[in-house]
Design a protein around this ligand. Structure first.
Ligand SMILES: [Zn+2]
Length: 161
């Protein structure tokens, strides 16, 4: 038996994938939507999986602060420099020398694919959860990221043993 809660949010952001053939080589944007599901085998003392409101606020604050109206690029993408120079918000994926905590969470993910965005948001959710009252064994079970009505990625972190 498991209990699950899901938090949903959305953001507007651009990205491009110059490492793959096709139209995603061009800089383009999406209205992304995210659903993070947290599960626990048993409810905690507050009869919750996690403090729901605080999880929602933490996730939304992070997304609004780092991803909304940003451009997500691979750290080696040649568009990083001109966009930063123009004052655009850029989140670099796979940066060897991350400049902030957001880029640290995007380490090891060389390109901002929808799959990589799901992993990033799973890491964000774990870091938000770490500071909240929660049931024993509560963990991020699934992150669903939708970049278009047709394209969705699901990330399910492996259960720590
Ligand atoms: Zn895209």
């Amino acid at each position: 038996m498991a209990h699950k809660v899901t938090v949903v949010h959305s953001f507007e952001a651009g990205h491009r994938l110059p490492h793959v053939d096709g139209k995603c080589v061009s800089l383009h944007g999406h209205s992304w939507s995210v659903a993070v599901t947290v599960s626990a085998p048993k409810l905690g003392p507050e009869v919750t999986v996690v403090e729901f409101g605080a999880l929602k606020v933490g996730l939304r604050r992070w997304i609004d602060g780092h991803l909304d109206h940003a451009t997500m690029l691979g750290a080696c993408d040649r568009l990083v420099e001109p966009l930063v120079a123009e004052g655009s918000r850029v989140l670099r994926f796979g940066a060897e020398r991350p400049e902030d905590v957001a880029e640290q969470l995007a380490c090891g993910l060389p390109w901002p694919t929808v799959e990589a965005v799901a992993v990033l948001l799973g890491r964000v959710a774990e870091s938000v959860m770490a500071g909240l009252p929660r049931a024993d064994g509560a963990r991020v079970e699934q992150v669903l990221v939708r970049e278009t009505r047709l394209n969705t990625a699901v990330y399910e972190p492996t259960v720590p043993r």
